[in-house]
Design a protein around this ligand. Structure first.
Ligand SMILES: Cc1cc2nc3c(=O)[nH]c(=O)nc-3n(C[C@H](O)[C@H](O)[C@H](O)COP(=O)(O)OP(=O)(O)OC[C@H]3O[C@@H](n4cnc5c(N)ncnc54)[C@H](O)[C@@H]3O)c2cc1C
Length: 402
């Protein structure tokens, strides 16, 4: 580690490593980058505990375009991110699609409006009535469904740690330094951050600091005397086996079940020979940064009854694993906060993804790198998701939040 870096990134999971990669791979950037990561096992990082899915079915065109870039990037990952002497990092992208189900007039209207936005962005999404739905997924009970929206390509699930480790390996190959330590203080001189102090006692000077600390984003911002409305919100995921399918495993209808979002918000998708599922918590307070106790009752109370109603195959299911992770939850508007602080302009936020940070990692990483290198966006303009809206209390509008 050197005494001074052009850019110091706090947090080295998917977002920190994406920023590091996009900086180091840009021919217009000749600077030095340090990534500080307090836990290189990533055991409790949101990235490791994620359900690792990507969709283009959003209501705001910026979110659609962010995920379209993410999807193309993930598809191409093995080629772009190949590190000399190592196997190509295949992310096992399974483009199973998202299937949103609507059973009220209001939900139907929202799906129709969102669909207009998605189609205008060129997304491969179709609207289906009951008959189409029944034809595509005959095992589903859709008697109550008014409309469905299905992503035919560009949506699905992939390896979360693969994405993070791929960014990290490539960033290191391109000269980025990673250290295991914790940023405990950030120094400022007027309107500039000047460096970080580490738990080990070392100090490092910094030309710019990037906050990529996930659910701990507010703690990191506070070290620089700044506020960001990001807090840890607990989400519990359950993996289950499904005994009634022909093979005694999770291949309902030949494995063609997409990531299905029930009107209640309960979701489920194939996960290898099993299924991964979750439910929106009935109560959703901010939790302690170290509280990872699963909310055990969500499966019995919400997930299982909903799924059993939706498909007879899901009547006999058995949980084989569960865990809780933290959403990096933006309490203003549930969307990413990416950009510089308007006064402290060499402090850059890359926070608040609220359940979308994995799929948004490529676009956010590229955007932050452009801000640092050129002082402005060169590809996708992320100004609308910048920090200014936080200061003004002006929410970014996105209706398709899960
Ligand atoms: C249950 C669950 C399901 C999800 N499902 C999806 C999904 O399907 N699709 C999707 O796109 N997203 C999903 N997400 C969200 C996504 O996983 C996160 O938004 C994303 O991983 C955030 O990445 P990050 O790098 O910002 O944060 P993290 O992965 O939490 O990484 C932050 C890192 O910063 C480090 N750090 C923190 N403070 C310091 C410090 N002071 N010094 C040094 N290091 C520090 C931490 O140790 C950590 O490694 C889900 C999240 C959860 C919890």
């Amino acid at each position: 580690m050197k005494a001074s870096y052009d850019v110091v990134i706090v947090g080295g999971a998917v977002i920190g490593s994406a920023v590091a990669y996009f900086l180091a791979s840009n021919p217009d950037f000749n600077g030095s980058v340090l990534v500080v990561e307090r836990d290189p096992t990533y055991r409790y990082a949101s990235t490791s505990l994620s359900s690792s899915s990507i969709r283009v079915q959003f209501s705001n065109p910026i979110n659609v375009k962010i995920s379209q870039f993410g999807s193309a990037f993930i598809r191409d990952f093995a080629r772009t991110m190949q590190v000399a002497g190592e196997a190509a990092p295949d992310l096992n992208f399974h483009q199973g699609g998202y299937l949103f189900l609507a059973n009220t007039a209001e939900q139907e209207q929202t799906l129709r409006e969102n669909h207009e936005v998605q189609r205008a962005c060129g997304a491969d999404v179709v609207l289906w009535g009951q008959e189409d739905l029944h034809r595509a997924f005959p095992h589903l009970n859709v008697d109550d469904i008014r409309l469905a929206s299905y992503g035919q390509s560009g949506e699905g699930w992939f390896s979360n740690t693969g994405l993070m480790n791929g960014f990290k390996a490539k960033a290191r190959e391109l000269g980025v330094d990673y250290i295991t330590d914790e940023v405990v203080a950030i120094s400022r001189a007027g309107d500039r951050v000047t460096g970080v102090t580490l738990k080990s006692g070392a100090s490092v000077q910094a030309g710019a600091v990037v906050n990529a600390s996930g659910p701990r984003a507010a703690l990191t911002a506070r070290m620089a005397g700044l506020d960001v409305p990001v807090e840890p919100r607990k989400r519990t995921l359950f993996v289950f086996d499904c005994a009634k399918t022909p093979e005694g495993s999770a291949t309902v209808n030949g494995g063609r079940l997409p990531l299905m979002i029930d009107p209640s918000g309960v979701f489920c998708r194939p996960e290898g020979r099993f299924f991964l599922s979750g439910a929106p918590p009935l109560e959703d307070p901010a939790v302690d940064w170290d509280d990872f106790e699963p909310r055990w009752t969500e499966f019995e109370d919400q997930i299982w009854p909903t799924l059993a109603e939706r498909s007879p195959a899901f009547e006999a299911i058995k949980v084989v694993n569960q865990w809780a992770g933290h959403y990096d939850f933006n309490s203003l508007d549930h969307n990413l906060i990416v950009g510089r602080h308007p006064q402290v302009t060499n402090f850059v936020f890359a926070n608040g993804y609220s359940g979308h940070g994995l799929q948004q990692g490529p676009a956010a990483g590229r955007g932050v790198a452009e801000l640092l290198i050129y002082g402005a966006y060169r590809t996708l303009d992320l100004t609308e998701v910048g920090y200014e809206r936080i200061l003004e209390g002006r929410p970014f509008l996105e209706k398709a939040v899960i």
